[in-house]
Each structure stands twice: as structure tokens, then as C-alpha cells.
Write a protein that binds this ligand. Sequence first.
Ligand SMILES: [Ca+2]
Length: 606
Amino acid sequence: MKYAPVDLLIKEFCHKWAVYILLLPLALLLTFSPVYGQRNPNILLIMTDDQGWWDLGVHGNDIISTPVLDELSRESINFSHYYAAPVCSPTRAGMMTGRYHLRTGLYNTRFGGDMIDPEEITIAELLKTKSYTTGLFGKWHLGKYYDYQPNQQGFDEFFGHYHGHIEEYDYPDQLVHNGKPVEARKYVTDLFTDAAMDFIEENREKPFFCYLAYNAPHSPFVVGTSHGRQKRGDALVKKYIDQGLSMKNAQIYAMVEIIDFNMKRLLDHLEALDLEDNTIVIFASDNGGVSSHFRAGLRGNKGNVYEGGVRSPLMVRWPAQLKKKNVTVDAMVSHVDLLPTLCDIVDIPIPTDRKIDGKSFLHLLKDTQGESAHEYVYHHWDRYFPNPYNTWAVFDGRYKLLNNPTPWPKNPVEQDEPFGELYDLKADPGEQNNIARAHPEIVKRLRKAFVDYYDDVTAGREYQPAPIPIGNPRENPVEIQPSWGKISGDSIQYTFLGYDWDSVDSWQKKGEHIDWNLNVIQSGKYQVSISYGCSIKNAGGTIRISVNDEFLDFKVPATPSGDVFTDVMLGEIDIEKGGKVLRAEVEKPSGGEVVKLNRVWLELMD
Ligand SMILES: [Ca+2]
């Protein structure tokens, strides 16, 4: 039996309960408000991953088969200008917190930059102040270690994955349930739907917030094909291949079709439980599309800031209160609006101790027309660290100024000559005619809006991977992966093969190393294990794993092949509490790649 140290418990208590204590007077006030006695609506938020605006029948794609989503659209209020971020985790950060992602500490989709500060207040935490039961089924992508996980960020129930994607859609081996790894035996889109349906049924008597975040149709484009046991996938892919699609597009369409099939199960379940009327169903995708067969006249894809990279479907259905349906609102709305809109609906005051970028669009849901609550909607994305000269855009509802990663003058506000790309989306929704030179005053206004935004959201922030917490009894051992570390050396490099299969490799010379920052919660003996691969011809070198002066040397034997990883326990080292650096380095070269290091585990021993 292991116990949490007292100082840890006190810190956690203060840390988490500060939020609830701050919100307690609000909860009491609301308990005695006139709406007391009315049942709050259930909220079912469904988000797909990399499904483009154009990957829907109702958006003009006459090849993809999405009859259930098309029907949901006809029963919903739809938005023609709903904007996600260009990539996964920034959208999720914005949706969960109501704040543009750079305010939350999140700046990347990997490299340890894919986490929001534990002090962020999520929509799940806010809904809990109104007695909602909260569940997340699917992709989180806002932090993998304890304190950053969904269960510490407002979700009572979590079944899914921390990272940006999983490698196995069928028989997935990277899923966790409330912090514990689980063995799963089904196609993952079906699994997440099953779990959401169970959660809804279990909580049918009280308000629930069910966030169903599919990993599909994100890469790898696995549809459950091959080996004779996955006939559904084979048949679906063939159907699209026969219509002239490339394999990749056929696989994406098939993955979306499986989502559509699951949407029927889910929505039928709501109806059968008599929950349809007072459940708000929200459907969206998390960024632009990656398929290319049909593009609905839009330019761009996931990862850039043309409309095809950031425009997403958004449907909202709530039969009890939203009587109009099958209508489309053209006013621009953003992913950061989800939190204030839900707070508006459920009558929860939004936090006032921090800047909330999102604005409620409840008025647009009620009136199905009207003005956007935003003067501007912003987009920004950089693969490594935030950079105002990289990919960004600002949109005022008609004009959009955007920058692609080409060199910009150092001081864009002072620059006289118009530059960047300016589009009039009203006249040119496909973003084909750059009118920047004809409208220098609009360029200047929008450029200043972006620079002001960027300065504001990054103010006082340093962007770097958070130190990895170790020694917390609630997560022991801790798995440490390459992309959170910083490499140094002439030949060492990362290889990205999907988060759990990433490795650090090609290192040859003595001293080449990778460092991870640790936050050691308690001093003690830690057992060190690694997962690695090494080819026969490169075997025999030595790597050293150290934390400050304590180290273990490991003479590297061959694994069945260089790409087959094997787990091995190296021994124990003493680690003192506090901020420390874990280093893996070449101690003795082998004449080639000394090792492919896939991960390190540190386990606090009794
Ligand atoms: Ca995505």
C-alpha cells in the first residue's frame, strides 16, 4: 500500500478546491434562483477528428454516405462559418477552456506542448458546479500525465487516449479507463460509441455532459480491413474505390461512414431512453479536412489557415428549446465559444479571474440570424514554438488576412507596403484573388488586430514542455516518451511513428544525449526500465541513464531486429525531490546506431 505524501495532498487540495471554493457562492446563488426545479438539459458533444467541412453529404458531397449526419443537420441549427483551429489540440484547448490555446500553455500537438495548465478551468469543471455528471469518450490530447488528465480536469469518467491519435483502430492497445490501461477488443469508433451509450443510460436520471471525441477519420487511415475478419471495412473501402477514389480518400470516406453508422446507434439510444427532447446534441469536427476528392469549393487543408483548414461543420439540436430547424446561420462563430454558450444555457457565470475569448452564441441559436458576437476570429499555428511570422489569419466576417510561412518584415505593423494575402470571402469564398495591394487600409487594420491579439494571448508566457511529474502514487510508474525530451548531438534524431512508437535514434558518438525535465514529487528509489530496439550489427554499445549524479549503464544487446522494441529493467537509482533532469546518453559507441530508445519508465519503489 502506498500513500500520498501529506504535502502533495495539501497542494492538490488547495489547487483543485480553490476553483470550487471560488465557485461555491455561485452554486448557492443558483440553487435559489427562479430556475430551480427545472431540469437542466443534457449535453452530448460529438467531435470528429480531421473530418473536413466537405466530408458530409449535406455539404454537397454526393459520394460520401452520411445519411444520419445529414438528417441530424436537417433537425439542427447549422453554422456556415464555424471555425476550429487548424490542428487538433489547439481546438480542444479552446473548446474546453473558452480561451485561445496560447493562453492555456498549449502550443503544439506533441513535443510536450500538447497540454493545458492544470489551473485552467474546463467546461466540464464548470458544469460540475451545476451537478452535471461528466464523461469523455475518445481523444483528449490536452495532457498525458497526472494533473493534466481528463479525470483531474473535470471528467468523472474517461475512456480513451491522451495522445493525438492511436495506431490501432481495431483491437486498440493504447486506451485507458480512468487512468488505467485497458485491453480493448473492437473497432475503436464502435467502442467509444458503446461507452458513451452506457454512460448516457447510466446517468439518464440526472443532467449529464457526454463528450464523444472520435479519433476517426484521423490517420492512420485504418478501416478494419484485411485478414478476413474485417469484412465491413473491406466492403466500405471497395465501394469508394469503385467510384474512382484513391485508397486514402476511400479509407477516409469509409471511416466517416462508420462514424455515421455509430451516430445512428447513439441518436436512436437517446430517443429510446426518452432523452431526445431535452438533450443538446452538438456535432463538430476539430479542424479542416485531409481528404481531397471533393473540396466544396474551399481552398486549403488541415494545418493551414485557408477556409479548408479551419472551417468545420457545426450542428446544434435541442428540440425542447430550439424550435426552428434545418436552418443555417452565417454569422461567424468560433470553437472558443462553446464554453460561454453552454454556460449561458445552463446559467453558469463564466470565470472572471482570467480572460475568456469565447462569446455566447445562444442569441444565434434562438433567432437563427443576427450578428456575430466577435469583431474578429483568429487563427495561429506553428509546429514548434509560437511565432507571429508563421501561419496565421484574422477574419472580420468579410475580409480575411492570412500569412503563410514565408518571410515577413520584422515589424509588420510599421511596414508600409501591403503584404500577406487578403481575401474578400463574400465575393471570393474560394480564396483565389489576393486583394492585399488594392486595400492597404484593410490589410493594416487586420494586421494590427492580429498583432494585438498575439501580444495579448502570449503575454507573460514561456512555452516549453511542462516538467514530467514522477513519484505521484496515483501514477506510478510514469512512462516517458521521446518527444517530450530535448536532443543534443551531431547525429541523434527523433523518429515519429505515432506517439507510442516514437524513438530517439541514429546516435553514435559518446555524449550524444536526450534530456527530460522532471518534477520529482518525492525522494526515493526509482526503478528504471526502458523499451528499445537494436540491430545485430549495432549491438554492444553502452547507454547511460542518469538523474544528476546517479546513473545506470546498459550494454545494449540486439533485439530481433532494430525496429522491434523490447522492454528491459535496468535497476534502481536514488532521485531527490525537486526539479531534476533525466538524461539518456551514449556512453560507449558501437560503431553504428547505438540504440533506438522508445521510452523510459521511472517507478517509485516502496
Ligand atoms: Ca484533428
